[in-house]
Structure formats: structure tokens, C-alpha cells
Design a protein around this ligand. Sequence first.
Ligand code: ADP
Ligand code: MG
Length: 364
Amino acid sequence: MESGMVEIPVKVAVRIRPLLSKEVLHNHQVCVRLVPNTQQIIIGKDRVFTFDFVFGKNSTQEEVYTVCIKPLLVSLTEGYNATVFAYGQTGSGKTYTIGGGHIVLVLRKFRVECADEVISLLESGNAARHTSTTQMNEHSSRSHAIFYHQYFVRKQSCRVSEKILMLHRIHLGKSVQTIASKFHFVDLAGSERVTKDWKILAKRFKESVQINSGLLALGNVISALGDPKKEKVYIFHTGMPKITRILKDSLGGKCRTVMITCIKPSSSDFDESLNSLKYANRAKNIRNKPVVNYNPNQDRIDEMELEIKLLREALHNQQVGVSVSHDLNQERARISSLEEQLTRLQVQCVSYRNCVDEAFPISG
Ligand code: ADP
Ligand code: MG
């Protein structure tokens, strides 16, 4: 580990959505629940899992935001990259949790200045996202959505003194550093198993194969990164689906990451829910090494740059001073030589005038 880098685990949250009205109508039974006053979940009779955060069927978006997302936003302003990604079976609540049903697919870049512009960007992009009705989710997302937000802030150097800052302003034209941190919101596409969702058409089938190969690769990455015995070096490779490569920095990289695993409560989804919980449990072992996106040595470099600049200026002034005094001496010498010549000429002139005065009466 590089010095100064602290390893922190990926934070893992689990959210269980309520039974939907159609599930209630079909008399589905709940097979997963929270253990009160703990961060634990029980699935089936006795399979217990512990996570960083757990949210039950009555949890609100605000609660999830405050607990999971807000701390990441604070980190973002400090210069850390951050990622929130939702994982889970199709229809488990990923889109609901990440985007409240309004999710953008614009992988293009826009410059935004305020929150309203971000929201309208999200809303306009919602139309671009392709959803379809599958047997398991009426609005199944047919593509992964990644909302990538780059945040620039001019941060005042904290180490340098006021005097140095003022000198920086005057001499280097800068008193602040720019940090540029990235925020990824990732809402994965539906991951229904093809066999279970037997009504999907050929097109859906093709999409499902693509989506599922991405999710399978991602699942394998989570599994491998979360396995303390596995060698981590070759986990990501270029042949992988794009979604996995995009998440490279978020899983085992330099990012602060929260994974929100969404779970359906119905006993008819027991296998998938158990599987998702196992992945989530594995993901707790993934360790990241977050780093601030500006060089902490920059202050020292700035100070040294300034020192060199000031020394150069001093040297230049000295040289100018020397050459000025050099020129002045030359001028002085020249002036005195001219003065001497002038005196000599004046003396000669006087003697010529005397000669002329003496010669005048003779010639007259
Ligand atoms: P996914 O993106 O995982 O496929 P969705 O977010 O589309 O799933 O959710 C499937 C359905 O469940 C939607 O009708 C959504 O409104 C509903 N839903 C999901 N999570 C919740 C929740 N926490 N509370 C209420 N309804 C939810
Ligand atoms: Mg979705």
C-alpha cells in the first residue's frame, strides 16, 4: 500500500421493498425481514446477514439519501471520487432507489452550474432510457444507467500562510488549487433470468443475454474482489463488459463506494434474494484506497515555485542594478573626459583670442 493511503471497505446497504399490490393480490408471503434495532436481515427461517445499513419496507428515499449518499457528497467536496450503485434482481427496486423512477442515460457531457440544471438534465435523459415490460417488472430497465457527475472546486490551500497566499496571488496569479472529483450513480439494468421470464420476445432475449453477461461479470468481480484468498491483480481485464470496467475504480479502486442491494420480499423470489444477499455479503470485503484528487504536495511545490520566482527576480534586479551602476560610471568617466577636453579647448580659445587681439593693431 502506498504511504498515506488508508484502506476502507466498500459500504454495503440492503433495502427490502414492500410487497407490490399485485403480489399482495396473489397472496405472496414475505420471506425476508429486518432484525429490529440491528443492521441485520433474516431470510427464510434462520439465515442472518449483517450489513453497514439496512432499510425495510417503510424506508423513505430521504432516509436512504441521508444515511448512504450524503456522506459521499461531503467526500466529493473534499476531492474524493464517489460511487453509489444499485445491485439486485429485476423488479427489486434499483431504479426506484437510485433515481426515484427518473433516471438518465446520457453517457454525453454537459456543463451545469446549479442543482436545477442537474435535475432537468436527469429528467430529459429519462426519456432516453429504454424500458420494457417483462414478466417480472412492468418497467424493466433495458440498459444500465450511469449518471456521471464531475465536480470542480477551487480549494484554498490550507497549509500556506496569508502572506504566502498574497504573494501567490501577486506572483503566480493563483491562490487556490482546483480539485476535480467524480460521482457515479449506477442503476443496473434488469437481471431477470431468461428461463424464469419465459414470455420475453427474441429482442428481449438478446438484451437479456447482454445485460446478464454484464451482471454475471460484475457478480464475478464482486465475488473475486471480496474473496480474501483470491489474487486481485488480474480480476479486471479488457475483454470484460463495459459496465464492469466502468466500475473498476469503484470496486477495489480509489473511490468511496456504497453498494445498495435491493431485495424483493416475496418467498417466490427466495433463491434470487438469497443470492443477492450472498453477493452483498461478499462485497463487504472489497477494500478501496480513496485518494484526494489534488496533489497534497502541491502547496510545497507552490511555495518552492514562488521562492524560485522571487529569487530570480531578486537576481535580475541585482544584475540590473550592477549594469546600471556600470553604465553610470562609464558615463561619469566620459563626462569628466569631456569636461577636461572642454577646459583644454577653452584655454586654447583664450590663448587664440589673445593672439588675435595682439595681431589686430599690427595688421591695422
Ligand atoms: P428494478 O429497477 O430493480 O428493476 P424498480 O425500481 O423498477 O426495480 O421497481 C419495481 C417496482 O417496485 C416499481 O413499481 C417500483 O415503484 C416498486 N418499488 C421498488 N422499490 C420500492 C419501495 N422501496 N417502495 C415502494 N415501491 C417500490
Ligand atoms: Mg430498473
